[in-house]
Design a protein around this ligand. Structure first.
Ligand code: ACO
Length: 331
């Protein structure tokens, strides 16, 4: 038994910000951004809620799957930029969709979130009699963690959402997941500090990072360190997922990597000896939308007709944690 993706959907906010727009606010240039990252523009949310962007993508995925929300048994939402501490985004989306037969779970696996959710979907479907249809929603408002005075991070990110409907299918998917928390301090964004009425003033004022670099509410990223690890983690996790499937990365018809930097993707492609034409890249139009990158790519591939029945697809992600994972499946 395995899984099949039967519908996909996406949502990107209307507001588009081009590289040239950054030239007006930080010391950068279109040329630097394109050459070092591959990004030309990105969509930025204008006060839109993360759950609302996810909802739009979910509705499109259900429509493309020709299914009603009441047919969904489980909703998995991936996000590191939710709207609330509680309730979960999955609960809010379940309610707004009217998916009254579903239960919901949020997972925070940074930019690898979609890979983890697809792995979970297969495990739930495989191991239970009462879960047949799973809706995965990956939605990110990552730009709310970005300091627009920091040129080394602000040009990289965009907002958006992607969603897929997963059903029981004939082909097993193979995954390899991992993380290394020793690198938690190279990429992070803090939530509110602890504090309450009875705590001393110092505690209530405290907004100190437990990590060495203090960035307040904004993200900290050691770009070059993330870059080096990302290449290694992407290469090894895709190789290991393929090994489990009994194939080589070069046998995959389409590879969808997390869209963080086109140079990371190109270096990984070289190390994996896979054809560039088989690797899907849309970063020039979206920037890095964290866990939404892969399902947005999947939706674009389905829409363009490039994904054909029985194509073997490899997805591979990495992100803050450091967390990483790859999955190999047939469409
Ligand atoms: N415009 C112009 N110059 C810049 C900019 C910019 N936007 N950003 C940095 N620079 C400068 C730096 O200040 C530095 O200048 P200096 O030499 O005078 O000190 C120079 O460019 C080189 O800086 P590096 O950081 O070494 O540049 P690099 O080639 O490594 O590119 C980048 C930086 C794009 C951030 C790259 O390291 C990268 O992509 N890293 C990985 C990012 C990533 O994958 N993040 C994952 C996030 S996913 C998640 O979980 C949220």
């Amino acid at each position: 038994m395995g899984i099949k993706i039967v519908g996909a959907g996406m949502y990107l906010p209307e507001k588009v910000v081009a590289n040239e727009d950054f030239e007006k606010i930080v010391d950068t240039s279109n040329e630097w951004i394109v050459k070092r990252t591959g990004i030309k523009k990105r969509h930025l949310s204008q006060g839109e809620y993360t759950f609302d962007m996810g909802l739009k993508a979910a509705r499109e995925a259900l429509k493309n799957a020709n299914m009603d929300a009441t047919e969904i048994d489980l909703i998995i939402v991936t996000t590191v930029t939710p709207d609330f501490y509680f309730p979960s985004m999955a609960n809010v989306i379940q309610g707004r969709l009217g998916a009254k037969n579903a239960f919901g779970i949020d997972i925070a696996c940074a930019c690898a979130g979609f890979v983890y959710a697809l792995d979970m979907a297969q495990r739930y479907i495989d191991s239970s009699d009462d879960i047949e249809n799973v809706l995965i929603v990956s939605s990110e408002n990552i730009t709310k963690t970005v300091d627009y005075k920091d040129r080394s991070t602000c040009v990289l990110f965009g907002d958006g959402a992607g969603a897929v409907v997963v059903k029981k299918g004939p082909n097993k998917a193979y995954s390899y997941l991992g993380c290394d928390g020793e690198y938690a301090d190279i990429l992070y964004a803090h939530l509110y500090p602890s504090g309450n009425y009875f705590a001393d003033e110092e505690t209530n004022r405290k907004n100190k990072s437990i990590f060495p670099n203090e960035t307040g509410r904004y993200m900290y990223m050691d770009g070059p360190a993330v870059y080096r690890l990302a290449v290694d983690f992407m290469v090894s996790s895709l190789e290991k997922a393929c090994e489990k499937a009994g194939i080589k990365p070069a046998d995959l018809d389409i590879i969808i990597p997390h869209q963080a930097n086109v140079r990371i993707i190109e270096t990984a492609i070289r190390k994996l000896s896979i054809l560039k034409e088989r690797v899907y890249v849309n970063i020039e139009n979206t920037g890095n939308i964290s866990s939404a990158c892969i399902p947005v790519c999947l939706t674009e591939l389905f829409k363009s007709g490039r994904l054909k029945e029985n194509n073997r697809v490899g997805i591979v992600g990495f992100g803050a944690g450091m967390i990483y994972g790859a999955m190999v499946f047939s469409v």
